[in-house]
Design a protein around this ligand. Structure first.
Ligand code: ATP
Ligand code: MG
Length: 558
């Protein structure tokens, strides 16, 4: 797969430095990373960052990456999500060494918990979650152990066994690790490691009614798989001492946890819980709505895997949280599409041109498919006496430097001829309905003998040959940069104009052959791809991105 060329040779990021040191010192002969999604939603661009990092490290240093579904919460997890996650990772261009599930380790994890109990390092607590929270203390005040912490090993073993057998209701009892109620790190104050949940699990069915908590499942799963570098996001820094405590007490394989800053993108939200609300409450049409920051949404919007990998490489691996500008992602996709997209001419808002000196015979003109690609070849475009140009490319009373069409003014039609506007035809309301023009037969592109210099070049289509399509133009999903950090509910900040549909646009006939998954540049309009809602003659195109950064322009003006 051809990668987008790097602008500059990057220095190592801090995780690469650690890996190189571990390989050099002989601490590890090879590395094993994992990508550990919880199958409770579709993947988003933030996950792509983690995927590129984990798989990228392994491939750079000749190691491997496991795909491990972190499926320890039966209530929110579904097989549909498992399938979508696998599809998205493959689409991004990565393959995993093993497909694994934390739920496959339920028996092993249970045995590890029993081992902790036998070591006097875990106890069954009957307190309610409120009581437990109250006894935990505050960051400045130590917590207090309750009487349940004094239960004997035998009693704890029996009660934990009974929890497993389903003798208790949800929330009636929990298993806690006996760590340190006075630790300044709240995570170490006798954390919960097992809870009772009588719920159907997407893989283990009704076999279990106790489930391990994240902290007791994640590190132990890493250890079971002999993960060398367990990379997660910064929220887990405070969990690292606990991660290490379990490994040390249990004497299991010493996986190591490293943390990097999660990717945050402005004008969107990036938590599966919030994205699920947008889907369930109908703010978008589904997880793959082209406005969603999900991988499936970006794919449907026309993003390429290369552009997403390029983006994650450009933002690098940070140790501090920040908000990345959406325009960087747009820059990355433009870079790629400019090189690979075939050009097409499509008129969105037609104004008819009649060439009064044309004999009406259809002429096939040649135009480059892609000027950026020397091997892109040419296509044929029919030229005739009746054409459409864009309404906005004509002004009856133009200001200075309006280099498009105006009475008496000349422009070039792309890959065709120079035309001059001779007469403006209007209806009774004074609306311009047609322009009567003449063309310069000797000015044909590629063999221009006219000696005429014109400034503007317009896209156009032949009226008789145009094919029609619907286009969907997208804007950012939220009106504010960081909707999750505003007052009130993030949904109040949804951009009501994030989708604009133009039911009928007019395209050169070659667009009829458009296929899904292939990008097109509609000249002067942006990059587009065929949407899956298309059927037969009813073509629907999504705009992936505009040609220029329209937002930067607006902001500079303001
Ligand atoms: P969300 O809050 O969106 O549900 P999550 O962290 O709960 O995200 P997981 O399925 O647990 O989602 O994440 C799988 C992996 O992807 C984890 O290692 C997590 O750290 C990483 N990840 C999730 N979101 C981001 C992000 N925005 N940037 C970088 N990595 C992320
Ligand atoms: Mg998570």
């Amino acid at each position: 797969m051809a990668e987008i060329k790097r602008e500059e040779e990057k220095s190592l990021n801090f995780i690469e430095e650690i890996v190189e040191e571990d390989l050099r010192s002989g601490k590890h002969k090879s590395i094993l990373t994992r990508f550990p999604p919880e199958p409770n939603g579709y993947l988003h661009i933030g996950h792509a960052k983690s995927i590129c990092l984990n798989f990228g490290l392994a491939s750079k240093y000749g190691g491997e990456t496991n795909l491990r579904f972190d499926d320890t919460n039966p209530v929110t997890e579904e097989t549909e999500y498992v399938e979508s996650i696998k599809e998205d990772i493959k689409w991004l261009g990565f393959s995993w060494a093993r497909e694994l599930y934390a739920s496959d380790y339920f028996e092993q994890l249970y045995q590890l918990a029993v081992q902790l109990i036998k070591m006097g390092l875990a106890y069954v607590d009957d307190s309610s979650s409120e009581e437990i929270a109250a006894q935990k203390g505050t960051p400045t005040e130590p917590g207090k152990r309750n009487q349940f912490a004094d239960r004997s090993i035998e009693e704890n073993l029996l009660l934990f066994q009974e929890m497993k057998e389903g003798r208790y209701k949800d929330g009636e009892k929990v298993l806690r690790a006996k760590v340190d109620m006075a630790s300044p790190n709240m995570q170490m104050r006798d954390p919960l490691i097992y809870r009772i949940k009588h719920a159907h699990h997407h893989r283990t069915g009704d076999k279990w009614c106790i489930y391990p908590m994240y902290d007791f499942a994640h590190g132990q799963s890493d250890s079971i798989e002999h993960i060398t570098h367990s990379i997660c996001t910064l929220e887990f820094v405070s969990h690292r001492p606990l991660y290490e405590w379990f490994i040390e007490q249990l004497g299991i394989y010493p996986s190591k946890q490293y943390e990097f800053a999660r990717l945050n993108l402005n004008y969107t939200v990036m938590s599966k819980r919030k994205l699920l609300q947008l889907v369930n409450e109908g703010y978008v049409t589904g997880w793959d709505d082209p406005r969603m920051p999900s991988i499936s949404g970006l794919r449907r919007r026309g993003y390429t895997p290369e552009s997403i990998r390029f983006f994650t490489e450009k933002i690098g691996v940070q140790k501090r949280d920040n908000l990345i500008d959406l325009s960087l992602l747009e820059f990355c996709i433009r870079e790629h599409l400019n090189r690979i997209a075939d050009r097409k001419m499509v008129v969105f808002d037609p104004l008819k041109i009649v060439l009064t000196n044309h004999n009406g015979e259809v002429e096939m003109l040649q135009s480059e498919n892609n000027p950026e690609d020397p091997e892109g070849g040419f296509r044929e475009i029919p030229f005739s006496s009746e054409l459409y140009i864009e309404q906005e490319d004509f002004m009856e009373h133009p200001p200075k430097k309006f280099f498009r069409l105006a009475p008496g003014q000349k422009v070039r039609l792309k890959s065709a001829y120079i035309i001059q506007c001779d007469e403006v035809v209007k209806d009774q309301q004074g609306k311009v309905t047609e322009l009567r023009c003449s063309y310069l037969p000797e000015s044909r592109s590629g063999g221009d003998q006219s000696g005429m210099k014109v400034q503007g070049t317009l896209h156009w289509v032949s009226v008789a040959h145009a094919v029609t399509a619907e286009v969907r133009l997208y804007d950012r999903l939220f009106r504010v940069e960081d909707p999750s950090n505003e007052d009130g509910n993030f949904k109040e900040y949804i951009n009501p104009d994030s989708l604009q549909v133009i039911k009928q646009v007019y395209a050169e006939p070659g667009l009829r052959e458009a296929v899904g998954g292939k990008p097109y540049q509609f000249m002067r309009k942006g990059y587009f791809c065929l949407d899956r809602d298309s059927s037969g003659d009813n073509m629907i195109f999504n705009r992936t991105v505009t040609l220029k950064d329209a937002w930067a322009k607006v902001q500079n003006k303001g």
